[in-house]
Design a protein. Structure first.
Length: 292
């Protein structure tokens, strides 16, 4: 039953990618911007959770909530400082700004606290082996998967059942028409950054609990993989980001189980190349013609 164990591990890892990918896809869906600083918001969330647990003695859930709240505010601040003035700028200007913001956050964190890694305490969540259909499943994996699923359900509720969610969908469809209908577009975009960044903060805490080690440059590879997950699912599609993350995590887990653990990072980018060649719009994306 090793395959079941690897599948659960892969889905748990994929759910972390999905939480990060949701921020990419939501922001792109509204203002057509790939926010490459998003992986570093994930890193900041991991450190906020770490200091909440080790410095304040809090449990997993309070640390998760504090990290999400801090990252929500941090995401809005990034949008106001770096992106708001570039709404009508060229795509390349926004892209360069996003990369610059990513590097600024990384090296500002190194300047503030140094480059040394930290380790989450091993007893944040109970770590027991659960026998499921003959496979030994780590209880942490199941708890992380459950946490991610709950957060995704809450996101779906916000997007489809709340007034702000309706405004987000309207701005995504047509920003100018939404503005004419009385929707506060700036407030809606800030809310989108807040929600996406809060999910990235949650992913940072979950990642820290799962992998223990965190460091200031930890957001680069998971951030890129989450971007691959968003493209795989169809950039701009919320269900696509979820499915893309889970597929990517499962593939990585299978590659590692097959004895090719050195290739697990490469697998994500091989998937990206294949998707861009054979289905550029992704699994849930739609083919649209666009002037650049």
């Amino acid at each position: 039953m090793d395959w079941l164990q690897q599948l659960i591990n892969g889905i748990s890892l994929g759910s972390i990618y999905a939480l990060i990918a949701l921020g990419y896809t939501m922001v792109y869906g509204i203002i057509k911007l790939i926010n490459f600083a998003h992986g570093d918001v994930f890193m900041v969330g991991a450190f906020i959770g770490f200091y909440a647990i080790t410095g304040w003695g809090l449990g997993f859930l309070p640390a998760l909530i504090i990290s999400m709240a801090f990252c929500a505010g941090f995401g809005v601040l990034i949008e106001r400082i770096a992106y708001k003035r570039l709404r009508n700028a060229t795509r390349i200007a926004a892209l360069i700004t996003a990369i610059g913001m990513s590097l600024l956050i990384e090296y500002l964190m190194i300047y503030i606290r140094g480059a040394q890694p930290e380790a989450y305490p091993a007893d944040v969540l109970p770590n027991k082996a659960i026998n499921l259909f003959g496979a030994q499943i780590n209880s942490q994996s199941l708890f992380i998967l459950l946490t991610s699923i709950i957060l995704m359900i809450i996101l779906q509720f916000i997007v489809h059942r709340t007034k702000m969610g309706k405004a987000m969908r309207a701005v995504s469809l047509d920003m100018d028409a939404a503005r004419l209908m009385g929707i506060n577009v700036d407030k809606t975009i800030s809310f989108t950054f807040a929600i996406g960044s809060a999910l990235a903060g949650a992913a940072g805490v979950v990642f820290g609990v799962y992998y223990t080690k965190i460091e200031p440059l930890m957001g680069v590879i998971p951030g890129l993989k989450a971007f691959v997950a968003a493209v795989l699912g169809g950039i701009g599609s919320i269900p696509g980001a979820m499915v893309g993350g889970i597929i990517l995590g499962s593939v990585e887990s299978i590659v590692s189980a097959a004895g090719f653990s050195l290739w697990r990072d490469a697998a994500a980018f091989i998937i990206l190349i294949l998707i861009l060649i054979f289905r550029p719009s992704g699994i849930f994306g739609k083919n649209t013609k666009e002037k650049v």
